[in-house]
Design a protein around this ligand. Sequence first.
Ligand code: ADP
Length: 246
Amino acid sequence: MSTLLEVSGVSVSFDGFKAINNLSFQIAERELRAVIGPNGAGKTTFMDIITGKTRPDEGRVIYGDKGASLLKLSESRIAQAGIGRKFQRPTVFEDQSVRDNLMIALKKKRGPFAVLAFRPSAEDHARVREIAGEIGLNTALARKAGELSHGQKQWLEIGMLLVQEPKLLLVDEPAAGMTPAERQQTTDILREAARTRAVVVVEHDMEFVRRLDCKVTVLHEGSVLAEGSLDHVTQNEKVIEVYLGR
Ligand code: ADP
């Protein structure tokens, strides 16, 4: 599979402190990847660099089949180019239905001028139903988002990103605060999502990462400490020392 995103030799300092230190990372199209690491390892800053929220002091971030640099693009242009990000706290519209939340996200993708005149087509309705199925909410389309469980709200927000057809989805600690059953379903949703686009999951919960059953990147002090299967990285002595053995 071809490379979708290539980060090479990226560094960023805050007040002289190197939060990201010569970090290199690649993800292929339709790859599922977990990024783990202790608090302060640089996971959030790394995601901020990919989405254009933080500019690196050095290094390259190359994206897409044309090998375009993301470094000069604004956050909104990067989002338009197909990089979606889900933060930890769900920010769905509580008083709107699941269907309307998904429709709002679809409308947003059409851009500011389409918003006023937006009349969903049969295709749009079909797309919303399809995504609702992907996130396990196909029987909840008419329910108000405010009535959903915490886990269901998280899935709805993932759906709101999926409806915008990202090529790369970044998901920050999706399982936080979920019940065991919701966690299980979240792994299924993310694995399914990665069949048609690349997904990077930042996660602390090792059981959750195990169930994702994908390549793992371990960050430490702003660099990649180890990379490979979960079994491979958890046998790495440096990883045991800095992360698992704490
Ligand atoms: P993680 O998400 O893995 O916990 P972060 O990316 O949030 O790690 O942080 C990496 C390091 O950079 C930490 O030591 C953090 O204190 C520092 N850091 C992050 N953002 C800033 C900032 N805006 N100003 C100063 N220091 C920061």
